[in-house]
Design a binder for this molecule. Sequence first.
Ligand SMILES: Cc1ncc(COP(=O)(O)O)c(C=O)c1O
Length: 452
Amino acid sequence: MKDYDKNWAQVDIDRIPDIRVKPPGPKSMQIQKRASRYMQGYSSQVRLFPVAFESGKGVTLTDVDGNTYIDLSSGIYITNWGHCHPKITEAVVEYTRKLQNCHDFNTEIKTRLLEALVEIAPGDLNNVQLWCEGSKCVEAGMNVARAATGKYEFISFYNDMHGKTLGGQSLTTMTRMSGPRATGCFRVPYGNCYRCSFQLTYPDCNLHCVDFIREAVTELATNEVAAIVAEPVQGWGGSVVPPDGWLSRLRKLCDELGILFFVDEVLTCMGRTGKAFCVNHENVVPDIMTLGKGFGNGYPVTATLYSDRIKDSVEGVSSASSYGGNPVACASALACIEVMQEDGMLDHAAQLGEFMLRRLRKFEEDYTIVGNVRGKGALLGIELVKDRTTKEPFLEACRMVYRKAFEKGVSWIPAKHNLRLSPPLIMEQEVAAKALDIIEEAIAETERNLGY
Ligand SMILES: Cc1ncc(COP(=O)(O)O)c(C=O)c1O
C-alpha cells in the first residue's frame, strides 16, 4: 500500500469547532423528520440531538447545516484512526473496485489479515472467525464456547453490553427486550468500585466481587457453565473501569472452576485503551476474544478469536457467512492493523487518554454534580449524580450537559446518567483540551440552571 501524508488530519485549532447555525439546524431537522417517519429505534445519542452528518475528516464531523464539531465519539468507539483515514480509505476503495465478495473462498487479502491478526493477538489465540457485526462475533464466541465445553450456561455482568442478537442480548443488561433471555444466561456484579454491590472498598475488598462468582456458579447455574463473558472496560455501562487485578483474577477463577474465559473486546480493541487489546494491560490471555468497532475503523468487520487449547473441539463449527471475511472488509482491517503499528500510535493514544483523565479529575473536584470520572486510555466517562453521598443518578443533568456541549460543537455519547468520551486516537491534546473546555462550560451552566 502507498504511503500517505501523515499530516492529513491536522486542524486549525482556531477554527474548530465551527458552529454557524444553532444545531440541530434546519436541514438536520428536515432530514430527521423524513427519516423518523420510517425509523424509530434510534440511540439516545441521536434521540437527544438529532443532527444529520454529512462528512467526517480526522477528528472532526460536519453536519448538513455546515457546522463542524470536534468528535469525542468516534461514531461509537469505531473510527479510532480518524474519520476517512487515507490509508484505510484507499484499501477499501481498492478492493471495492477489485473484488467485493467471493463467499468464504480464500483470498490473498484475507490470508494477509489472518497472519497479521494472529501475530498481534495475545498468547495462543491463533484461530480466527471473521464476521461483520459485534453482535455476530459475540454470538459466534458463544457457539465456540458451547462446542468446546459441551455446556450452555454463561455468566456475564450487571450493566454489560454484548449485542442485540438473542445470545448477545441474553448477556446484556437490556432496558427492554422483546422476549425472555436465552436459557442459562446469568449476570453478576461487575468490578464497579464507585457503585460496589457489596459496599466494600478496593483494595481492602480483596476483589470480593470475583470470589462471589464462585457462589453464583453454584447457586445460579447448574454445572453447565461454558464461559464467563466480560467486557474488560464497560462501554455502554458508562465507561466503567474495573480495578487493577480484576481481569487476571477472573482468569484465575475460570482456570480454578474449569470454565472458559471469554473477553469481549468489541469496544476496547485496537488501541482504544492505549494498548492493542485491553487484556494486554494485565497480560491476560482469554480462551475466546471478540473484536469489532475499531477493528475496521468504520467498515463493518469483526472477529472471534479462540485458543489453540480448544481448537480441536471447535473444528466442526462452520464460520462461513455471506459477508464475513469479504475482501473489502479484510482490506480495511489489515490497513487498521498497519496504521496501529505505525511509530508512536499507541503511545499517542495512551498519552491522550491520560491527559484527558487528568482534566476530568479536576471536574470531579470542581463540580458537585460530577460524582465520578474514569478512563482507560482514550475510553473515558463522567457520571453525574444529584447528591455525592446518596449517588442518586442525575439523568436530567446528563441530558442537559450532553445537549449544551453538542450545541457548542462537541459530538459525544450519553448513556443514561453517564457521559462517554471516545475521541479518535489520533487527536492532538490541544484539540481535546478545547473540547473539554466546552464540556466544562456545559457542566457549569447546567449546575447554575439546576440551582447547584
Ligand atoms: C462490548 C460490546 N460487544 C458487542 C457489541 C455489539 O456490537 P454491534 O453493535 O456491532 O453489534 C457492542 C456494541 O456496542 C459492545 O459494546
